[in-house]
Design a binder for this molecule. Structure first.
Ligand code: SAH
Length: 342
């Protein structure tokens, strides 16, 4: 059976015409699913019942189900979604007064295995399909109080290691006939796969590219992110510059502050030199500790001083407010809890 969020509006039209239905049915169904959040054909009141039955047999809208939900007092909702093959992924809804952000996963597990991150602790099981990436938005909207305005590819997995499905998902998210979210409100975060960054630049998608840098030099970066050891910071910067040339969108550099590891003045100066080569904003994130991993968060004061030092060098830097910390919000934590032997 096909998966509804995997197909384009044109493919839907073709499938409907092939069974003798008028083309306008496609627009009706797309509206129900993506605008109204109705994921059950029989509840689409303007569809004839026999068509609803035929569609239900051929084109599933939801293939996953929410198996756990964790709410934090600041409004962040984290969902654990299980697919038919029993694999689970996490999706997070982050409401704020000005926006509602959905954070999506792109893979089951992660092959990059950053030393401080929970997502890669069990390796990588499989890629998510484009439909599974999009379906997360349908589940998140079912628990959201208002419209999802922003999407970040910052859940479990390395989006650019699942390149084709990630790009198809971005196209669906910004397509006015589907989710219709402005490309400016979509961020793809990567560990820095240089070749794929260049390729993404050529797709003509005016989205934000975020790069998880986390270290100001290759030696420390290799230590923290052994899975990305083959790419140097110089290669990442060159690729990011090409992306900027192609898309004219400022790059975001993400930098997780780890106490005593990458939070020194020397590190700030090194990071400032890298940032100076790019049109970019630096997001500093105080580490959200993962039980069983040997890293700690620096104090708020150290984080602020680090940001200040960057700003003195002319870098646009901010310490990001951690959201959802009490809800196992660091990447992969809800999932790893579930897969832990009980
Ligand atoms: N693989 C992509 C997408 C994940 S984005 C990437 O690396 O960019 C998730 C971001 O949160 C990454 O910058 C990641 O390094 C960071 N992160 C992972 N674990 C964290 C933790 N425990 N505390 C704070 N940030 C974390």
């Amino acid at each position: 059976m096909n998966h509804f969020p995997d197909i384009t509006p044109r493919q839907l039209e073709a499938a409907l015409t092939a069974i003798g239905e008028p083309g306008y049915r496609a627009a009706q169904i797309l509206q129900w699913v993506y605008r109204k959040g109705v994921c059950d054909y029989s509840a689409m009141t303007d569809l004839p019942a026999d068509l609803a039955n035929r569609l239900a047999e051929r084109l599933e809208i939801l293939t996953g189900r929410i198996v756990a939900r964790s709410d934090s007092p600041d409004g962040v909702v984290k969902l654990l979604i299980e697919w038919r093959d029993s694999q689970c992924i996490e999706s997070v809804l982050i409401p704020s007064p000005s926006r509602v952000t959905a954070c999506l996963s792109t893979q089951v597990g992660c092959a990059v295995a950053c030393g401080f991150c929970a997502s890669g602790m069990d390796g990588m099981q499989r890629n998510l399909s484009c439909g599974e990436i999009i379906e997360q938005l349908l589940h998140l909207r079912s628990v959201a109080e208002s419209r999802i305005t922003n999407v970040v590819f910052m859940g479990v997995g390395e989006p650019l290691a699942n390149y084709a499905n990630t790009v198809s998902a971005v196209r669906a998210i910004i397509d006015p006939e589907r989710l219709g979210i402005s490309a400016r409100h979509v961020t793809v975060s990567t560990i820095g796969l240089a070749k794929q960054i260049r390729r993404l630049g050529k797709e003509g998608l005016p989205i934000t590219l975020a790069i998880s840098l986390h270290a100001p030099n290759d030696a420390l970066r290799r230590q923290l992110i052994p899975g990305a050891a083959k790419t140097t910071i110089a290669e990442i910067v060159a690729a990011a510059r090409e992306f900027y040339q192609a898309c004219k969108r400022e790059i975001t550099l993400e930098y997780v502050l780890l106490k005593g590891v990458n939070d020194t003045k020397l590190c700030a100066d090194g990071l400032a030199r890298i940032a100076a080569q790019l049109r970019c904003n630096v997001n500093l994130i105080r580490y959200n500790p993962v039980p069983s991993l040997p890293y700690e968060a620096p104090s708020q004061g150290v984080a602020k001083a680090f940001a200040q030092r960057l700003r003195k060098c002319g870098v646009n830097a901010h310490v990001r407010r951690p959201r959802g910390c009490s809800a196992n919000a660091a990447c992969g934590q809800l999932r790893s809890q579930r897969t832990e032997p009980r």
